[in-house]
Design a protein around this ligand. Structure first.
Ligand code: AMP
Ligand code: MG
Length: 325
């Protein structure tokens, strides 16, 4: 399942020429390019059709590489990196002048992350430099969690095979740009876990209760994102069952037992939050592949010890179901 030395070498060769390469991470597949080359980064924006106001996360092999890319890699950043890297946490810190402003959408801060996937780490180590790595899909569409998903969108792209992504949703993004640390995008690492390491409170959608209702105050966190081709509605179980004619042409994603009438097509989702997150994007693609009039998703209620993961899932579901521009 993992790329060998020749495949890594071929990927590094392409990256050195300024060509994007897809690589697996534990969250989703990334579209890699030399983070220090404006030309290579511009190709990523172009390939994805990504708005220039949506900054990219820069991937590094270890905390030392992160320190080199920031003018203020402080003790907080170091503590978070030591506790959670390699892992699904992106840390926003003041950026070094080496990073083209295109990467950060003109912002003075950069998001840095060290991914927990052997193929991603092998690529970063062999490349000996930082790589931007937004999800390897057209901007606004469902993120890829297998190499086949990447190939559907970018058939000629060099893709490193790494198996299905274990986490399945994008990293937690924490900003150290302000005096009080703040989670800008919820993920499987919670604000409480960050606060325990930092020894100070961390603001987040979890403790501000904003994730479930409003888009997060971060550049590029667009209301409509992760969107299937079919119209998508996020509803309670009773609301899903209430309209039989709508159900007849729907695909239902549900995580609790639902007494669906016979004509309804359904995808049963795991009822544990980590498993739901890992399955989410593939399920949205499976639903689309059935060409329904509408995708009806049972709305999860964040609860229990994994409430923060449910909040991260709900953040993605709200964007998948948001009105399209
Ligand atoms: P994606 O590449 O789809 O995982 O998206 C990366 C997200 O991280 C962006 O949409 C922003 O919300 C956030 N992000 C990345 N860099 C920065 C930054 N410098 N400042 C604030 N947010 C950032
Ligand atoms: Mg993305």
């Amino acid at each position: 399942m993992l790329p060998g030395p020749e495949e890594i070498a071929a990927a590094v060769h392409a990256l050195r020429k300024g060509e994007p390469v897809a690589f697996p991470t534990e969250t989703v597949y990334g579209l890699g390019a030399d983070a220090l080359s404006e030309h290579a980064v511009a190709r990523v924006f172009q390939l994805k059709g990504r708005p220039a106001n949506n900054p990219l996360i820069v991937h590094v092999a270890d905390p030392e590489a992160a320190r080199d890319l920031s003018t203020a890699w402080d003790t907080r950043a170091q503590a978070l990196a030591r506790a959670f890297w390699p892992g699904p946490l992106s840390i926003i810190v003041p950026k070094s002048g080496r990073i083209p402003s295109l990467v950060t959408a003109g912002l003075p801060h950069v998001a840095l992350r060290c991914p927990a996937h052997p193929a991603a780490l092998a690529l970063l180590t062999a490349f000996r430099g930082p790589l931007v790595g937004p999800s390897a899909n057209p901007s606004g569409a469902v993120s890829p969690t297998t190499s086949a998903h990447v190939r559907q969108a970018f058939p000629t792209l060099l893709i490193l095979e790494g198996g299905p992504c274990a986490r399945g949703i994008e990293s937690t993004v924490v900003s150290l740009a302000h005096t009080r640390p703040r989670v800008l995008r919820p993920g499987v690492i919670s604000a409480a876990q960050l606060a325990a390491v930092l020894g100070v409170p961390v603001d987040s959608p979890e403790n501000l209760s904003i994730a479930a209702s409003t888009p997060l105050p971060s550049p590029g966190l667009l209301p409509s994102h992760y969107a299937p081709a079919a119209q998508t509605l996020l509803l309670s179980a009773p609301d899903i069952l209430s309209d039989e004619s709508r159900l007849a042409n729907a695909v239902v994603l549900h995580h609790s037992p639902l007494a669906l009438p016979r004509p309804a097509r359904a995808i049963r989702m795991p009822d544990a939050a980590p498993d739901y997150a890992a399955r989410l994007y593939a399920a949205l693609r499976d639903a689309d592949a059935l060409h329904p009039h509408v995708i009806l998703i049972e709305r999860p209620e964040p609860r229990g010890p994994d409430a923060h993961i449910w909040i991260a899932v709900l953040d993605r579901l709200l964007r998948a179901a948001a009105p399209r521009p």
